[in-house]
Design a protein around this ligand. Structure first.
Ligand code: SAM
Length: 312
């Protein structure tokens, strides 16, 4: 089985990036223009980091459409950004993630990466039963459902109704009472309540082009408390442009052959063509600009990064 995370031996690198490792101290999506047009809600400003955007409130419509209760918690709203230059996150979400048939086979394709390391990192940073963790791009909940056993509250956010359907059913079967499912995206999730103690995101941020990625990181920092932890895994390119051909050739040579059990050469090629992995040397300044200090960074195969960052 070939997960998104490559297991290549020759280019593994891990380094603590901050000289003084920071101490861990102890919040649609489809810009459904028809919905907006039909909405009674007038456009209103939302906090977009330091800026303010005008949005239309279609949360109630979305919640009705989904037939579930995220609105009851009041912990987030679904906002559609209606400026002509704003992005439609569903258009960038990866068509397959919106397809119930793909979602039904998602866990077999992606594999079941053990979240134990992620949970241990967050625990080592002081998170516990009082802590709130937000999982952005939560998918079928491989991390979020486990995290709900370890931490006080987990908010699982995803832009895909199909993913959320699976996740909501799983949470319900487990009888979790500290778990919210929110249909929203990196650019539309609105956190309510105390600032989050941690944000987790795996294999999702690359869906956004760089400009929006930087804004997403800034939005994330804005709803975290100072000293909070960002744990991030994603396809990030740790090489120079001149090395692209060699790195991609090696990466694709390790692809799965069975598309139901892993990511194939075609999947990786589609990722390179159509998605938005960033060079590490561009991504890390984005983290800094958003207000994060990088505590650790680890790369597999020059194409997959794992970061632990502390909100300054
Ligand atoms: C490859 S899956 C990863 C799911 C999960 N994080 C995991 O590792 O199992 C990517 C997920 O990101 C979601 N996604 C895509 N674009 C998004 C966005 N702009 N905001 C939030 N989630 C998004 C997709 O719907 C999908 O569930």
């Amino acid at each position: 089985m070939t997960s998104l995370s490559p297991k290549l031996d020759s280019t593994k690198s891990s380094r603590p990036l901050s000289a003084a490792s920071p101490k861990c101290r102890s919040g649609t999506p489809r810009t459904d223009r028809q919905n907006i047009a039909a909405s009674d809600h007038s456009p209103r400003p939302i906090n977009f980091g330091a800026e303010t955007l005008v949005v239309a409130d279609t949360r109630n419509q979305q919640c009705r459409r989904l037939g579930h209760d995220p609105c009851q918690s009041g912990s987030a709203r679904i906002d559609n950004m209606v400026e002509p230059w704003t992005i439609d996150e569903l258009d960038h979400a990866g068509h397959e993630h919106l397809d119930p048939a793909f979602v039904a086979g998602f866990d077999d394709k992606q594999g079941h990466p053990d979240p134990a390391d992620d949970l241990a990192v967050l625990s080592s940073c002081g998170l516990g039963k009082e802590s709130t963790v937000v999982d952005l791009g939560a998918g079928t909940g491989q991390f979020a459902l486990r995290a709900a056993r370890a931490f006080g509250k987990v908010i699982a956010v995803d832009v895909s109704p199909a993913m959320l359907e699976v996740l909501r059913n799983r949470a319900s079967e487990l009888g979790l009472d500290n778990f919210d499912c929110i249909e929203a995206g990196f650019l539309s999730y609105e956190h309510a309540g105390p600032p989050a103690d941690a944000v987790y995101t795996r294999n999702a941020l690359h869906q956004l082009p760089d400009f929006w990625k930087a804004l997403a990181l800034t939005r994330i920092a804005a709803f975290m408390r100072s000293g909070g932890v960002l744990r991030l895994h994603d396809l990030i390119y740790d090489f120079q442009p001149s090395q692209a051909e060699a790195v991609f050739t090696r990466w694709l040579s390790h692809a799965a052959t069975d598309p139901t059990r892993g990511y194939t050469r075609e999947d990786f090629a589609e990722h390179i063509h159509t998605e938005h992995s960033t060079f590490r040397w561009l991504f890390e300044p984005m983290l800094s600009a958003a207000g994060f200090e990088i505590a650790t960074a680890h790369f597999d195969g020059s194409v997959y990064g794992t970061y632990t960052c502390i909100k300054a």
